[in-house]
Design a protein around this ligand. Structure first.
Ligand code: NAG
Ligand code: NAG
Ligand code: NAG
Ligand code: NAG
Ligand code: ZN
Length: 553
């Protein structure tokens, strides 16, 4: 009060008023900038300290989120929202499905796309070695069907029928069916045995899914087409290009699915991207299969002409987004924000057609979650580790693009998490804890991320780079002064790796059989743990030296 009185006596009233106004405006501005209206409650919290650390992406999301429209009035653009279960890596224990199917349904999923790969129990002489040793049993598949039904989830099996048949073509008994003898990637469409074998597989899968109405025949990334003599001869006789050969094969498979199995075939779009519109129209493929257009980027890199071509050619169009397994062949930690942006981009694209006749062509979206880049690749992100990403993406599809705060809070609620995954300040250092099925696995992956950061830091340490190189070891020549300090750090890291091993063994058990824990550890942890052990042993040897030779060494 004394200060005020002093101010008033020294300053004119007008000046004081000005100063007060400026302070008021500044405080108000600060408040608004850092605390926009949240869609759910409309409440604001005051905290100006973090204003500068909010990234551009969050700013953009929050700006978009200002809209106060009621979430209940939103009609989802995609009526079907299908979650991809890629069983070619880290197949969950059947019991895990009983935990996640109800949760997926609550989050807005309407179906499951099961890519069995070698986890299907194929039978018959020519297929009896095609299944993995830990493939699901027919009983398990019936249980999966029942669980899906209980939760109103449609099951769509996915069976590759052209490329990505590594699990089939790697075997000696199918070697002669490869398009290129030393490449087990694509099957030859011209060999007499090919179609009967594929039909047998499709038939076996369909038989174990009596209630499924659709089947996905894959057909993406066919890296080898029309290379073998039989194909060349056929193409010459019919004056065909490789694209004619491609269409002929997928049409034969699609017709079988449609006419013999009574199911609707769907396939990936990528091989069609380079086809001309007249060729596609002439082939009749547009009404034979549902096309599934995949794009996993935050800014959809979809060529406008390709998109227009699909709209003109195909009766039914599906989108395919990604919630994991699309950002690196050995990626372990899922960026929620990256995949959220991919889904938002899809929503924006389809929204452009909301008031056109095309809108009736869009049947749904498949949220892909890749477990490996192909049969031979290492495991990428594990399903439980990507669950927050999947949850936010599903809710986004259900409630639309204008309520990110609400969606984030819903995801946090459904997954029992201690904090946000979307609006976290720093992806690298912020790890909320949760309570959803498989949370233990995400927890291990979070620890893994921290240990790997520590590992990179220690290996890049000046002492390691200057006194612990292969040259130092080969010549047994290093400074004991420097070695003792780094030894402590390396031992600490060794302990971290040991506990990571124990944690992964116990935590993975809730979701996987022992094969997955073993593979994950051997691929993503063991090489680094071994390197640390090597360095510790090297230090031990180096420190037995007490005198050193004259240079040159
Ligand atoms: C399956 O593998 C077994 C053992 O390796 C082999 O004897 C058998 O011939 C294989 N089956 C076929 C159909 O080739
Ligand atoms: C598959 O059939 C072959 C030939 O009958 C047999 O030798 C082999 O053991 C069978 N493999 C499996 C996995 O059942
Ligand atoms: C397929 O079978 C037909 C009739 O048996 C035969 O003439 C043809 O050479 C076979 N083609 C291939 C590629 O094996
Ligand atoms: C390694 O350390 C150097 C020097 O401290 C630093 O400039 C560099 O960015 C580090 N590299 C990595 C990969 O951390
Ligand atoms: Zn061929």
């Amino acid at each position: 009060m004394a200060i005020l009185v002093k101010l008033c006596t020294h300053w004119s009233a007008k000046r004081f008023l000005w100063l007060a106004t400026i302070i008021f405006v500044l405080v108000t501005l600060c408040w608004y900038m850092t605390n926009p209206l949240t869609a759910e409650t409309g409440q604001r919290k005051i905290d100006c300290s973090q204003a500068s650390s909010i990234s551009e992406a969050v700013n953009r999301m929050e700006a978009d989120d200002m809209e106060t429209e009621q979430t209940g009035s939103y009609v989802p653009l995609f009526q079907s929202r299908i979650v991809h279960l890629d069983l070619k890596g880290a197949p969950p224990k059947p019991a895990y499905f009983s935990e996640i199917f109800p949760l997926l349904a609550k989050l807005g999923a309407t179906g499951i796309l099961i890519e069995y790969e070698d986890m299907f129990p194929y039978t018959g002489l020519s297929l009896n070695n095609t299944s993995a040793h830990n493939a699901y049993s027919t009983t398990t598949i019936s249980q999966i069907n029942q669980l899906a039904k209980d939760n109103h989830l449609e099951i769509i099996p996915l069976i590759q029928t052209f490329g990505h048949l590594e699990y089939l073509l790697k075997l000696p008994e199918h070697l002669h069916l490869r398009e290129v003898p030393d490449q087990p990637q694509a099957i030859c469409p011209t060999q007499n045995e090919t179609l009967p074998l594929l039909f047998q597989m499709l038939q076996q899968v369909a038989k174990l899914h009596p209630e499924s109405k659709r089947i996905h025949i894959g057909a993406d990334e066919v890296y080898f087409i029309g290379r073998c003599n039989a194909c060349q001869e056929r193409m010459n006789n019919k004056i065909w290009s490789t694209s004619d050969l491609f269409i002929d094969h997928v049409s034969a498979v699609a017709k079988f699915v449609n006419e013999k199995l009574g199911m609707r075939p769907m396939m990936w779009d990528d091989e069609f991207r380079s086809f001309s519109e007249p060729q596609l129209v002439q082939s009749g493929i547009g009404s034979l299969v549902d096309i599934v257009v995949w794009n996993y980027k935050p800014t959809l890199e979809l060529d406008h002409e390709i998109w227009t071509k699909y709209l003109n050619v195909f009766d039914n169009i599906w989108a395919a987004s990604a919630f994991k397994g699309a950002t690196g062949s050995n990626q372990q930690i899922t960026s929620v924000r990256y995949h959220v942006e991919n889904h938002r981009a899809w929503l924006r694209l389809i929204d452009e057609y909301k008031d056109t006749a095309y809108i009736s062509k869009f049947k749904g979206i498949m949220l892909t979650g890749w477990s490996r880049y192909d049969h031979f690749a290492v495991l990428c992100e594990l399903l439980p580790a990507a669950f927050p990403s999947l949850a936010v993406d599903l809710l986004l599809l259900q409630y639309g693009d204008n309520h990110l705060h609400f969606i984030d809070q819903e995801a946090v609620k459904y997954l029992g998490c201690s904090g946000s995954f979307v609006f976290q300040m720093s992806q690298e250092t912020y790890y909320p804890s949760c309570n959803f099925p498989g949370w233990e696995v995400l927890s291990v992956i979070q620890n893994y991320g921290q240990v790997m950061e520590q590992y990179a830091k220690v290996l890049n340490d000046s002492v390691v780079r200057g006194w612990l190189t292969d040259y130092n070891l080969a010549k047994q020549f290093s400074s004991p002064t420097h070695l003792s300090g780094i030894g402590t750090e390396l031992s600490y890291l060794q302990n971290s790796f040991d506990s990571l091993k124990r944690e992964s063994e116990t935590s993975f058990e809730a979701v996987y059989d022992s094969n997955t824990a073993k593979e994950w550890f051997e691929t993503h942890v063991k090489p680094m743990a071994d390197r640390i052990n090597e360095l510790l042993m090297a230090i031990e040897t180096l420190r037995t030296k007490n005198t050193w030779p004259r240079r040159p060494l």
